[in-house]
Design a protein. Structure first.
Length: 312
């Protein structure tokens, strides 16, 4: 730790290292683009990612557009299916079944959330497990929990890559995951367990969240509550990964404006943590980079190709 505890130096002069997810994601995508190029020239296989977008949700449209653009930039094929918000369960399942059979499609992603008439879990489980690049299906969930393998959900995988880069060996570290969603909290806890962390999962019913946070060497915030976790909840020197993306209204000279903030109160946390992800520019870019990585891995596996041979 720098001198934040010293009597001569006010605590606020300490600044955590910023975990630059944007720069790291660029490196992951650049390495992936090289591997994809090798896969195409050596094996004549172009990885393909299909996204299904149901309805007109603006945030989902932006996500899917960004995923499509970055897929193409990495040299892979991007397929997009847009369906109306009124689509029936059986029509949606039919689209998934068609993509399961399509040899040009190695990864399938159904953008969530889905409209109310759709049974989300049934749709996720209809995706062939080897093409389930989100890793949300019951097969991949089970593989991660019981065997520490399978397709790993992209956001937790991105968080893990950042932790490994900034912390190194995670073995024996006390990790707190705040949030128990199927998309982030639960798979994140499984991954940290696989790295030999001592893992606690906190959630909306946890009794003294501040005290739980103060014990953590690694804190993953994925609860969806803007700036909930304050600087004085954080153990000095801890590594903080903020998964939250919350839109809030803040005053400005020209009237209220929208701002993206995380689940951590960055302005106070940055003076206590050892390293911290900003929002935006932290976890978000790594999520898409990991989705592309999963698609590449899926394409190799479906063609019996060892990914290790493509790194050179
Ligand atoms: N909606 C919000 N995050 C995600 C994600 O990671 N995958 C999918 N399919 N939908 C989402």
């Amino acid at each position: 730790m720098p001198e934040s505890g010293s009597k001569m130096t006010p605590a606020t002069t300490h600044q955590a290292r910023l975990i630059d997810g944007r720069a790291m994601a660029m490196r992951v995508r650049a390495e992936l683009a090289r591997q994809v190029a090798t896969l195409i020239t050596r094996h004549r296989v172009t990885p393909g990612l299909a996204a299904i977008l149901v309805g007109e949700d603006p945030a989902s449209q932006i996500y899917v557009r960004n995923k499509g653009r970055q897929t193409r930039e990495a040299g892979m094929q991007s397929f997009e299916t847009r369906l109306p918000a009124t689509v029936s369960q059986s029509d949606l399942l039919e689209h998934v079944a068609r993509l399961n059979e399509d040899p040009a499609v190695h990864g399938i992603l159904v953008q969530l959330p889905l409209p109310r008439q759709i049974d989300e879990l049934a749709v996720i489980d209809a995706i062939a497990p080897q093409k389930d690049v989100d890793g949300f299906s019951i097969i991949n969930t089970g593989l991660l929990a019981a065997r520490g393998m399978g397709m790993i959900p992209c956001t937790p995988l991105g968080c893990l890559l950042m932790l490994k880069e900034y912390v190194g060996d995670l073995s024996g570290q006390r990790a707190l995951v705040v949030g128990r969603s199927n998309i982030v909290g639960k798979p994140m806890a499984q991954l940290l367990l696989r790295e030999n962390c001592t893992v606690t999962i906190a959630h909306s019913r946890t009794r003294d969240l501040a005290e739980e946070c103060r014990r953590a060497d690694i804190l993953i915030a994925a609860i969806g509550k803007p700036r909930l976790i304050k600087g004085d909840w954080i153990r000095p020197g801890a590594t903080v990964i903020d998964v939250g993306i919350n839109r809030i209204s803040v005053p400005s000279p020209n009237g209220p404006r929208e701002k993206l903030v995380g689940d951590v109160d960055f302005d106070t946390a940055v003076h206590v943590a050892g390293a911290i992800t900003p929002v935006p520019g932290g976890v978000g870019p790594m999520t898409i980079a990991c989705l592309l990585r999963n698609t590449f891995t899926a394409a190799c596996a479906q063609n019996g190709i060892d990914t290790g041979q493509l790194s050179a």
